[in-house]
Design a binder for this molecule. Sequence first.
Ligand SMILES: [Fe+2]
Length: 302
Amino acid sequence: MDIRSLGYVEIESTDLTKWRKFGTEVLGLMVANNMPDDGNLYLRMDECPYRFRIVSSDKDRLNTIAWEVPGEKAFEQALQELEAAGVSYQRGSQQQADDRCVRGFVSFTDPGNHNVEIFYNMKLDYASLISPVGVKNFVTGHNGDMGLGHIAMPTSDLAASHKFYTEVMGFGQVDYMHFNFSGNTDDPGQGLHFLHVNNPRHHSLALFQDANPHAGDCVHMMIEVEDIHTVGHMMDRVHQHEVRTVTGLGCHTNDEMISVYVETPAGFAMEYGYGGLQVDWATYTPTESAVPSTWGHRWGQG
Ligand SMILES: [Fe+2]
């Protein structure tokens, strides 16, 4: 399967106003004015008409993660591969595809019990990003072909999720980490796989072994900006708006991202960083990392 990028996400929210404030005034995303006034909140960051669709709900959680394939042929090929793997999927209706600004999509459930979509041909409107807080650009590649960022998801069965994403979805292995938070030698600990799709971003998906429920049904998402100053200004806005800081500034070992983590209105964390590694996969050798950060990323320190 030729997955090219993390295209869009849908988030359920009990308070769209809170998400609007957080998305625009803290992260610097733009309300997607070209999207229909259908009661949902759409946030954009680049040439794509939106990247975040926030829908009213009685829950605060990540609902859907959507992956892009390059065109109809690749889409039909992807469906054949889902069928061959025994994955039952539902084809979206024309209306649902129009609502997403894509030519077509299917939805299904992954082994971590997350709702996943595969789509093709998002209709770009090329409107300029006018960030309300002056973010010049988000790093998403040419016409958004590196996707909106990356996402880390919990799974109670890491082996099954890893097998699904590498063998059925065609993701590539990038790095593996192992954590033992208790320090007990009889504790099997928790594994974390980092996977890439067919773009240079170091990883688009991370899978974290954890059977416990996660706030907002997600570990974290990441969006990337162009320089340290844009991260610094965002940290000032985090304090100004009294957003909870999850970790202080730090630098990751594997993707070299310099970033902070802050709490979204859905309860999961948003990583906001710059300088993430871009990789030529033809010559890359997968790694196993013993530590997540070369410096910083201290919990609870803004
Ligand atoms: Fe991350």
